[in-house]
Design a protein around this ligand. Structure first.
Ligand code: AMP
Ligand code: MG
Length: 337
């Protein structure tokens, strides 16, 4: 079954945007379509590859969507053992390695909890304490047995690649662009942006980062070159009960929505799967652990982030600090990490 997308499309589409105005003079090839439960838009300069990019994204969507009965992930979750094709194989391998490096805050076996909370259907429910305990016990990526072309999971374990599918798609699209005649491209995959090449006027791309409290606006802009930018925010999918907001990003240790004062996390990397996994994981681990994580490894991997907290503090890593500009009207305290 497909997730309901109405109502979230606009917000996600505006999650981050890229200003390409300075590319004038050269007419780009453009495409907009719905995939991976969001609206995507592709802008490509100097090459005719947007239909190839679109087919690649649609192919990955049909392989990876855990709610689609024809997908490979659905098959793994239903049959507990399945042959998988090369893309699913590559992504599961990368995702499991990231689970191992992210201290359990990113875990691809979170799916039973995602289902129970109703995030795939929109039929939301708050599980009671006993149910949450049972759900948390089911989450453990180390139970996934992965050997080339094959995955086996025990009863009760289910996989969800929703936190990395767009990042991986962005990564595959950059590979296709590198093999093409395109000179520049901006791919907005809804929450994940892939930037390729160099704009005709040689200036950097300018990426707007959505204000989680008003996703139609941007709290700041980042100048950047080729790479992948992934944002995770509770505002992408959530429900409210008795004045409390429950978001779709879950803490695998408790099976409950993350609730630690972080409003959004944006990660910049040349590895799309890593950027996407990290934006989810940093969101879950909270500010202090995210800062520790940066100092102990993340930084040396050449990855950067922007974290916005509910107290109006904006933590920007030193690698991109000079490339970030706060938008007019925002008085966030910008802290260099
Ligand atoms: P993202 O928007 O990239 O942060 O991914 C969020 C999606 O990933 C959710 O809608 C769930 O399907 C799944 N998910 C939620 N929490 C986690 C987690 N802690 N680790 C891995 N996947 C998660
Ligand atoms: Mg993610």
């Amino acid at each position: 079954m497909k997730k309901t997308v109405k109502g979230v499309i606009c917000a996600v589409m505006l999650l981050i945007t890229v200003i390409l105005s300075a590319c004038s003079g050269m007419k780009p090839e453009t495409a907009s379509f719905e995939a991976m439960d969001t609206l995507m838009s592709l802008t490509v300069y100097g090459g005719e590859v947007s239909s190839q990019l679109k087919s690649e994204i649609n192919k990955l969507d049909s392989l990876l969507d855990a709610t689609d009965e024809d997908s490979e992930i659905y098959r793994i979750n239903r049959d507990k053992s399945a042959e998988i094709s090369s893309d699913t194989d590559r992504l599961i391998g990368k995702a499991l390695a990231l689970c191992g490096r992210l201290d359990g805050y990113f875990d691809i076996t979170v799916y039973p909890a995602v289902l129970e909370w109703g995030f795939t259907t929109g039929k939301y429910d708050i599980p009671d304490k006993a149910a949450l305990k049972k759900l948390a016990e089911k989450i453990d990526y180390s139970r996934v047995e992965h050997s080339e072309g094959h995955v086996t999971v025990p009863d009760g374990t289910m996989i969800d690649l929703g936190a990395v599918a767009k990042g991986y798609a962005a990564e595959r699209c950059l590979e296709i662009l590198r093999d093409s005649k395109a000179t520049a491209a901006v791919l907005n995959l809804g929450g994940t942006i892939a930037l390729y090449g160099e704009k005709p006027d040689k200036t950097p791309f300018k990426v707007g980062i959505a204000d989680p409290e008003n996703p139609a606006g941007y709290f700041g802009y980042l100048s950047c070159g080729e790479g992948i930018i992934s944002t995770s925010g509770g505002y992408e999918r959530y429900f409210e009960r008795d004045g409390k907001r429950y978001i779709h990003i879950l803490d695998p240790k408790t099976a409950e929505p993350a609730d630690n004062g972080i409003l959004s996390v944006t990660v910049i990397s040349d590895d799309g799967t890593a950027a996407d996994a990290l934006s989810t994981a940093l969101f879950v681990m909270g500010l202090d652990k995210a800062l520790d994580h940066y100092k102990n490894g993340f930084k040396s991997d050449g990855r950067d982030f922007i974290i916005l907290t509910d107290s109006g503090e904006l933590y920007v890593t030193e690698g991109i600090y000079d490339d970030f500009t706060l938008a007019e009207g925002y008085d966030y305290k910008v802290i260099k990490v």
